[in-house]
Ligand binder design. Structure first.
Ligand code: DI6
Ligand code: FE
Length: 409
């Protein structure tokens, strides 16, 4: 007896190498102990559905996809940056605001000042809004504490969000995000401090990976390499904010450390795509930040395709460069702005997003043995998920085999 059997559905399994979304028509999916136990045509079920599972749900031809995965967010933070948005609209650039002591550092002040409770209360509705788009797994970074205690505070809030809501949370330690004011003009000293934080971070079990911001307004490739070396010594995988505003060789650096992902990549040169392909590093594209900062230089998507680089799409949910809480909107922007196909876009928030989090073996496709995390949609074809703007066709999600009513946020 299975726990749950969904019948009369169309499923986009998103299985690697399968053509046309890995689609199956007139299908059924069975779940047992939070995992997919059976997937195939209804006609191949061993008997009538009734006796096969404790609960049988006919879906009337609805489409089912893997639960969506947002593999890059900074959604735990204090304050907001609406005033900075107004300044940018008057002509100031993101980098100018950062250099003048605004930007990330202003969110650092608000995050340090906020209690754990306040950070949780502010982050929860942002996460619920993402989940209302069918998200069942999310990555959450620190990076607005920039000292051991406030960084751990952010990570604890991220873990608590995952315990309080039906969503898997993967956490990332991003202390090398910006230079805290108390280390002004002493970036190398701050990097030494980040290296010194890593043993305690690893010991706490609060971080699943380590990230850094490689940029002229943040840290150099040499400084990032120090942080990555310390992370790998502690057994933590790495990922990198690379080549967002300029080309410092961040993508190649990430590849040289076999990073899980290199993220942004607007300024990445085509040659670096070959290095990403060889290391199996996922290119995480963030069209929300591209749009919100009114960037014009496109990531080298053709080179990623030519080199077999898996591409993911994420919200980059953060108060400064991407105040985005809709992953469905990122599907649309990934296609419209970056020219992904709707199928590449959907792979970018399922199979490849799972890889970017080191969860490729357990999440991101609907195959027997994988997590029973799925989204059920009122659509006629999968491309509708990328086609609509501001319309949410989610019917409901299933998280670890449990039906979750759509909250309609
Ligand atoms: N790149 C980004 O897009 C975010 N962090 C980063 O390194 C922006 C964070 C912020 O502006 O608060
Ligand atoms: Fe980011």
């Amino acid at each position: 007896m299975w726990d749950l059997l969904l019948t009369d559905l169309r499923v986009a399994t998103m299985a690697e190498g399968a053509p046309d979304y890995g689609a199956l028509d007139k299908a059924a999916l069975a779940m047992e102990n939070g995992k997919i136990a059976w997937a195939g045509p209804v006609a191949d079920l061993p008997s009538r559905p009734g006796p096969l599972a404790r609960k049988v749900l006919p879906l009337e031809g609805r489409w089912v996809t893997p639960g969506l995965i947002d593999c890059h967010t900074h959604l735990v933070y204090g304050g907001d940056r609406a005033a900075e948005f107004e300044l940018r609209l008057q002509g100031a650039s993101y980098a100018e605001i950062a250099k003048a002591g605004g930007g990330i550092v202003s969110t650092v002040q608000a995050t340090r000042a906020a209690s754990e409770e306040a950070l949780f209360a502010a982050a929860r509705p942002r996460l619920e809004r993402l989940m209302a788009d069918g998200v069942t797994t999310v990555e959450i970074k620190s990076g607005y504490g920039l000292a051991l205690e406030p960084e751990l505070k952010q990570l604890r809030v991220a873990r608590r969000l995952g315990e309080s809501l039906p969503v898997t949370v993967r956490t990332t330690f991003l202390a090398a995000h910006a230079l805290p004011p108390e280390f002004k003009d002493r970036a190398d000293d701050y990097i030494a401090e980040v290296e010194a934080m890593l043993p305690a971070v690893a010991e706490s079990g609060l971080a699943d990976a380590v990230d850094a911001f490689c940029e002229t307004i943040a840290f150099s490739p040499e400084q990032v390499a120090r942080v990555f070396g310390a992370a790998q010594t502690r057994g933590l995988p790495v990922k990198l904010h690379a080549d967002q505003l300029s080309d410092l060789g961040g993508a190649a650096l990430a590849a040289s450390f076999d990073a899980l992902s290199a993220d942004h990549l607007e300024y990445t040169e085509a040659e670096a795509a070959a290095a990403l392909g060889r290391s199996g590093t996922v290119a995480v594209l963030l069209p929300g930040a591209f749009y919100f900062l009114r960037e014009t230089r496109l990531p080298p998507v053709d080179a990623f395709r030519a080199n077999g680089v898996p591409m993911a799409l994420a919200s980059d949910c953060n108060p400064g460069s991407s105040p985005v809480t809709s992953l469905l909107l990122m599907l649309n922007m990934g296609c419209t702005l970056f020219r992904l196909t709707p199928e590449e876009a959907l792979a970018g928030v399922t199979r490849n997003a799972a890889k970017a989090l080191g969860l490729g073996e357990t999440h991101g496709t609907l195959e027997v043995g994988k997590a029973a995390d799925l989204a059920v949609w009122n659509i006629e074809r999968p491309a509708e998920l990328a086609y609509n703007i501001g319309f949410n066709p989610l019917a409901f999600t299933v998280k670890a085999g449990q039906v979750q009513p759509h909250q309609g946020v």
